[in-house]
Design a protein around this ligand. Structure first.
Ligand SMILES: *[C@@H]1O[C@H](CO)[C@@H](O)[C@H](O)[C@H]1NC(C)=O
Ligand SMILES: *[C@@H]1O[C@H](CO)[C@@H](O)[C@H](O)[C@H]1NC(C)=O
Ligand SMILES: *[C@@H]1O[C@H](CO)[C@@H](O)[C@H](O)[C@H]1NC(C)=O
Ligand SMILES: *[C@@H]1O[C@H](CO)[C@@H](O)[C@H](O)[C@H]1NC(C)=O
Ligand SMILES: *[C@@H]1O[C@H](CO)[C@@H](O)[C@H](O)[C@H]1NC(C)=O
Ligand SMILES: *[C@@H]1O[C@H](CO)[C@@H](O)[C@H](O)[C@H]1NC(C)=O
Ligand SMILES: *[C@@H]1O[C@H](CO)[C@@H](O)[C@H](O)[C@H]1NC(C)=O
Ligand SMILES: *[C@@H]1O[C@H](CO)[C@@H](O)[C@H](O)[C@H]1NC(C)=O
Ligand SMILES: *[C@@H]1O[C@H](CO)[C@@H](O)[C@H](O)[C@H]1NC(C)=O
Ligand SMILES: *[C@@H]1O[C@H](CO)[C@@H](O)[C@H](O)[C@H]1NC(C)=O
Ligand SMILES: *[C@@H]1O[C@H](CO)[C@@H](O)[C@H](O)[C@H]1NC(C)=O
Ligand SMILES: *[C@@H]1O[C@H](CO)[C@@H](O)[C@H](O)[C@H]1NC(C)=O
Length: 593
């Protein structure tokens, strides 16, 4: 570390003390982060007017340091007026962390977040320096948007002993499903639906296991995909054109191998810190805002087909529900940022993996859509729509299985998923008042372990805007919002399990509820001190089976916020009861769902 950087870090730490900390509840990667075997500063970079100008540098593993575990610590400070921004971190062409920013204040905010990077070990230990790219597209435009995001990334290394069967066994190969553009000093995100989302990959012939990990998040017209309407309903309320987005509130992210479906995700609905009501997410950001979720698909059943030494097409698609399509599947709006990586473990005893009885049992999802338009007919016979209510439900099951043989041993391998989804909305007041009750749940299992994983994401959301529909976010306006939602997961991360960073299941329960009343003048990113009010709570409780001493078995965090301040903040090494998400109280003007 250079002297100037040390000086910078000291002022950074000094400054951070006087800034408001904006937190996210999460399980820390280890019990104790304070005594690493070694650490290194990777970069400090100020993101000002940074569209298309990511930080680009080189990552080298630390020298003269024996370590097994790598943890990245990302810290950010910001002061001024600014939107929330998405940021992505890349090792070459592979995306390793997708995060988003908190919204700053004129007096300044800071946060830091740690992520265990050990599953990426093969990239982190590469003999040649690996290009590290961090993109945070921000806008500074003189007086209006003034907040820079100053980011520092450091790595902490620990020499943990992994005690699971076989200890630590990181994937031998990691391949990128991305635009593979790092040689041009840019990130490699696919923008769907415009880009192909496809790459040709040639896998080793003696692979033993392979898992694909995908990150996908909706942006612009797709940021609030879960409140979108079927396309033929976007003009339900004339006079408010452009307020409703189309392609339905259902999204499925698909992985295809040579054009055949290998697995799907019905994504977790992320609410970014400017989302719905910017006053709702400070000083506690929404669930997963600092580490957007990825999802895993075990593609081991495909290995026999992929072991021919030829290239195969891996592609990621995002689809919505289309009322007029026979199978219900349709396109989506602009845009989804998507990338993936294929983790491959080798069977060193084998020259080639072969397969028998490859079976793919996949049917189209089944959908049910029930719309009701509320109408009013005036005395002169003119009819107007006064409310739009609808319920959309979907279910799907899929299973891919085969018998694969490598090193003279045969195994039955499979990946199966069951998913269900329900989204009920009612909108009134030209859709300025919107109610949503959504629940997405499912389970999946892989032959990598005998554990069936499950998830449930309930979300109730009400928002009422008072705005001029033209320039809604840049003219005076206000929004009242109530949210109550949870993320409940129970099961195994196949990547952590195969790597050895965990040896069994993890249970996570988190719930967040917030009400907020927010007013702005010239830009929605700045509220009005003394007028705005918010109340929010977050409960977080997890129990895990870490593969190393020093890993976290139980963790809880409870925090309560009022008007930009934490009034309670408790965390520790145990679990707490997490109350369930409830239907929202009946707010004034709330359309019934
Ligand atoms: C972490 O380890 C250090 C050094 O052993 C110790 O001083 C500190 O109290 C530990 N912190 C926690 C939270 O256990
Ligand atoms: C790409 O970034 C690296 C690291 O900062 C730099 O050395 C190199 O000159 C850049 N290449 C181009 C074409 O800008
Ligand atoms: C992460 O970095 C920030 C800023 O450098 C620092 O204040 C914080 O203590 C670091 N966290 C850990 C766990 O090292
Ligand atoms: C961010 O970095 C810039 C450039 O170094 C500096 O002028 C600014 O004061 C920093 N912002 C904060 C909040 O520390
Ligand atoms: C994959 O390779 C085939 C054959 O070379 C080529 O036609 C196709 O365009 C490639 N696809 C992608 C996504 O690169
Ligand atoms: C009412 O909504 C339907 C569905 O979006 C639309 O086709 C129709 O034009 C609307 N009627 C009026 C009077 O705005
Ligand atoms: C009919 O009445 C409504 C409500 O009173 C009014 O807004 C509309 O302009 C009238 N339309 C015609 C054609 O008179
Ligand atoms: C999915 O549902 C089917 C039918 O109910 C069941 O046999 C299968 O075990 C389920 N799969 C998972 C992963 O739970
Ligand atoms: C959150 O839910 C709890 C009940 O679990 C309730 O007491 C509290 O008032 C709710 N807070 C908000 C801001 O809705
Ligand atoms: C918005 O305007 C009102 C009325 O002039 C004023 O009281 C308030 O401070 C302004 N808010 C901001 C954020 O400038
Ligand atoms: C919309 O919601 C607001 C705030 O809750 C309420 O004051 C207003 O009456 C509602 N409008 C309608 C048409 O229900
Ligand atoms: C939608 O909300 C409005 C206003 O609360 C209500 O009158 C209407 O009955 C609701 N629609 C349905 C189908 O529940």
């Amino acid at each position: 570390m250079s002297l100037s950087c040390l000086v910078w870090l000291l002022c950074f730490i000094g400054q951070a003390r006087s800034l408001l900390e904006v937190i996210q509840a999460a399980t820390p990667p280890r019990l104790n982060l304070s005594t690493p075997t070694c650490r290194q500063h990777i970069f400090t970079h100020s993101f000002g007017n940074s569209y298309g100008s990511p930080f680009v540098g080189y990552y080298n593993p630390p020298s003269n340091c024996a370590y097994t575990t790598t943890i990245f610590n990302l810290s950010v400070v910001s002061r001024g007026r600014q939107y929330d921004r998405l940021a992505t971190l890349w090792l070459g062409d592979v995306e390793v962390w997708r995060t988003s920013t908190a919204m700053p204040t004129q007096t300044g905010i800071h946060w830091s977040f740690q992520k265990d990077m050990t599953i990426w070990d093969t990239l982190l230990r590469s003999r040649d320096p690996v290009k590290i790219i961090f993109e945070l597209n921000n806008i500074i435009d003189g007086d209006r948007y003034t907040g820079l995001f100053n980011a520092t990334l450091e790595a902490l290394y620990f020499n943990d002993l992994y005690k699971g069967k076989g200890g630590l066994h990181t994937a031998e190969h990691i391949y990128a499903i991305s635009t593979q553009s790092s040689s041009k000093n840019t990130t490699s995100l696919f923008s769907l639906p415009e880009d192909s989302g496809a790459v040709n990959l040639t896998l080793p012939r003696n692979a033993r296991s392979a898992v694909v990990s995908i990150m996908a998040s909706g942006n612009a017209a797709e940021e609030f995909w879960f409140t979108n309407v079927p396309t033929e309903y976007v003009n339900t309320f004339p006079g408010n054109e452009g307020w409703l987005y189309g392609y339905s509130p259902f999204r499925e992210v698909q992985l295809l191998i040579d054009g055949q479906l290998a697995g799907v995700s019905w994504p977790f609905p992320i609410l970014f810190t400017g989302g719905v009501d910017p006053g709702a997410w400070r000083p506690i950001v929404g669930i997963d805002a600092y580490e957007l979720p990825s999802f895993e698909i075990d593609i081991t059943p495909w290995l026999g087909l992929l072991a021919d030494g030829e290239s195969h097409i891996f592609s990621v698609r995002v689809v919505g529900y289309d009322t007029s399509a026979e199978d219900g599947i349709g396109s989506v709006g602009e845009n989804w940022w998507v990338s993936g990586s294929v983790f491959v473990w080798i069977d060193h005893e084998s020259r080639e993996t072969t397969t028998e009885g490859f079976r793919s049992e996949i049917a189209s999802p089944s959908f049910e859509f029930r719309p009701t338009l509320g109408m009013h007919t005036a005395e002169n016979g003119t009819t107007t729509n006064t409310s739009f209510y609808y319920a959309l439900t979907a279910t799907r099951s899929l299973k891919v299985s085969s018998k694969i043989t490598s090193g003279g041993k045969s195994r039955l391998v499979s990946w199966s998923q069951n998913l269900s989804y329900s989204n009920i909305q009612n909108m009134t007041d030209f859709a300025f008042n919107q109610s949503l009750a959504m629940i997405s749940s499912g389970n999946h299992s892989s032959s990598a372990s005998d554990i069936v994983s499950s998830y449930t994401y309930p979300m109730n959301l009400f928002s009422a805007y008072k705005v001029q529909s033209e320039g809604a976010t840049t003219h005076p306006g206000s929004v009242f919002c109530g949210v109550d939602r949870s993320k409940l997961t129970n099961g195994i991360s196949i990547l952590s399990f195969l790597t050895g960073t965990s040896t069994g299941p993890k249970t996570l329960k988190t719930r967040q509820n917030v009400t907020s009343n927010y007013h702005w003048n010239s830009t929605i990113v700045e509220g009005t001190a003394g007028v705005d009010t918010m109340d929010g709570e977050v409960w977080f409780s997890s129990s895990s089976t870490p593969g190393f001493k020093g890993g976290v078995r139980k963790h809880y965090h409870y925090a309560k916020a009022k008007d930009d301040a934490l009034v309670e903040d408790r965390k520790g090494w145990g679990t707490i009861p997490v109350p369930s998400t409830e239907p929202l109280p009946v707010f004034e003007g709330e359309p019934e769902v």
